[in-house]
Design a protein. Structure first.
Ligand code: SAH
Ligand code: F3S
Length: 493
């Protein structure tokens, strides 16, 4: 039986696509290898959002030439955004590659591998499924064996044209999944033990139900071009899947943070008090050149309204430094926005010129050294905000969804932490002194003992300890291990 191994680069969409590839390959009779050395088929699921990510693929493929020579019949598959972007060209440039498969063509992978095994030539399949969009669903996990957290795709592609971004090119136009399918997938996951679902999409809150089956959400005005049916979907999931503990989503576009979404946050207890809302820059001049379609003031007003609707809600964001023409004043505006909004988490990136993007017309005129220096100043600012926030939580009581066990090399040595998870606001919490309990998938009450640089150290409250199950050796480990999807290079975004 042929064995495969998948290496994932990039964002959560890619992590999710890799899960679908695992499923497609297993159903076709492949088994997962212990690692690349034991595999017959090696899949690289690639990212091209920044040039560095794309270079990673090229150096990885360079190394694989030797891997191929060392085993007979070994096959290299390139999937993901570089596959979609380069298609056939990749086969010509990098002779080590046998199959190039785009994100919309994952179901065809076993067939392509089969043709190759029969002596077929290297092949590229990168066609968007525009007429009949497919949303692959994993086989439902067996009862009570599902991971505590799961991703569910609700839309794919992107109709925005942010001038720096290659995603509209690599993922195609927006296509939405029927609400019935979304709800059914979430219900099946929850029935199998999942507690938290993250809805995925490039502009997740532009969602519209292709079936037209959702009633208009409270607060949604028919005349507002930024309104969508996202709030209506959130309401339907909350109503139809009452067993779901947390419903997150990523990534929303600030343009669609509309009154209906604010109301949903104010009214639905299942929505956690944290939103990741990419802003990219704090300078109106730069935002305009990025074609982000909102101003700084609009971003501030909308996030302020959200925090007023949900007291204590925290925000995190994505920021690009060194966009063409970004002056020191523009960058100062970004720093002041970070302080003004008080982001508790931040992914920062140096601008990277990408093929097929409108910003190619602009000269990449901020020197690399200046980009690096701005990024460092940005992180300094955000780290200080996070540190103040985390230390402010010491002594409070929080609810943590336990997602798994700390790795041996992790916080195991610090006071015997074993379990870790996230608070409702997405802060990472390590739970100490609970080694003998089985907490996986439980929402437990903890008190915060200390703040680390990026996480919290916590202890179970007396009530939570009394309610917890003792750990049966073996069972919890097996369930925790199910979560181990190898992500070698999270790009953060
Ligand atoms: N809407 C998407 C955004 C995908 S790209 C989502 O769901 O997250 C993720 C982040 O990468 C963007 O928010 C942006 O901050 C960054 N990024 C995109 N293109 C970039 C480029 N050319 N250079 C640097 N950073 C970029
Ligand atoms: Fe879409 Fe990329 Fe902008 S995914 S919203 S074009 S950052």
């Amino acid at each position: 039986m042929p064995r495969y191994s998948i290496t994932t680069f990039g964002c959560q969409m890619n992590v999710h696509d890799s899960e679908r590839m695992h499923d497609v390959l297993r159903r076709a009779g492949y088994t997962e290898a212990g690692g690349p050395d034991e595999a017959d088929v090696l899949v690289l699921n690639t990212c091209s959002v920044r040039e560095k990510a794309e270079q990673k693929l090229r150096s990885e493929v360079g190394r694989l030439a030797r891997w191929k020579r060392e085993g007979e019949g070994r096959v290299v598959v390139v999937a993901g955004c570089v596959a979609q972007q380069e298609g056939e060209r990749l086969l010509k440039q990098l002779r080590t590659i046998d199959v190039v498969v785009g994100p919309d063509n994952i179901p065809e992978l076993p067939g392509l591998l089969g043709d190759l095994a029969l002596g077929g030539l290297p092949v590229a399949r990168t066609v968007f499924d525009l007429d009949a969009p497919r949303f692959l669903v994993a086989s439902p996990p067996p009862a009570s064996r599902a991971a505590p957290t799961a991703f569910v795709t609700i839309m794919k592609g992107c109709d925005e044209r942010c001038s720096f971004c290659i995603v509209p090119h690599t993922r195609g136009p927006e296509r939405y999944r029927p609400s019935d399918e979304i709800v059914a997938e979430i219900a099946a996951l929850v029935a199998a033990g999942t507690r938290e679902v993250t809805l995925l999409g490039q502009t997740v809150n532009s969602y519209r139900d292709p079936l037209g089956a959702l009633p208009r959400a409270p607060g949604a005005s028919a005349d507002d071009p930024d309104e969508s049916e996202f709030a209506a979907l959130l309401r339907r999931v909350a109503a139809d899947v009452p067993g779901l503990a947390r419903l997150r989503y990523t990534s929303p576009h600030p343009r669609h943070l509309t009154p209906s979404l604010l109301l949903a946050h104010a009214e639905l207890a299942v929505l956690p008090r944290h939103v990741h809302l990419p802003v990219q820059s704090g300078s109106d001049r730069v935002l305009r050149r990025m074609i982000r379609r909102y101003t700084r003031a609009e971003y501030v007003a909308r996030t302020r309204a959200l925090v007023e609707a949900v007291p204590g809600l925290t925000l995190s964001t994505d920021i690009i430094v060194g966009f063409p023409g970004e002056t020191e004043d523009d960058f100062a505006a970004t720093l002041s926005l970070v302080r003004e909004v008080g982001f508790k988490g931040l992914f920062g990136f140096k601008y990277s010129r990408r093929p097929h993007t409108p910003a190619l017309k602009l000269p990449d005129d901020v020197p690399e050294g200046v980009k690096g220096e701005r990024l460092a100043r940005l992180f300094e600012e955000s780290e200080a905000l996070l540190a103040a926030h985390l230390s402010g939580l010491v002594g409070t009581t929080q609810e943590v969804l336990v997602e798994g066990r700390d790795k041996e090399r992790g916080h195991g040595g610090q006071g015997g932490a074993l379990w870790s998870g996230r608070t409702g606001r997405h802060e990472i919490a390590h739970i100490e002194g609970a080694a003998e309990l089985d907490l996986l998938g439980e929402v437990v009450e903890v008190s915060i003992a200390r703040a680390n640089k990026h996480s919290l150290q916590a202890e179970l409250t007396e009530a939570a300890r009394a309610a917890a199950r003792p750990r049966q050796r073996g069972a919890a480990e097996a369930r925790a291990a199910r979560r181990s999807l190898p992500v070698v290079a999270a790009e953060g975004g």
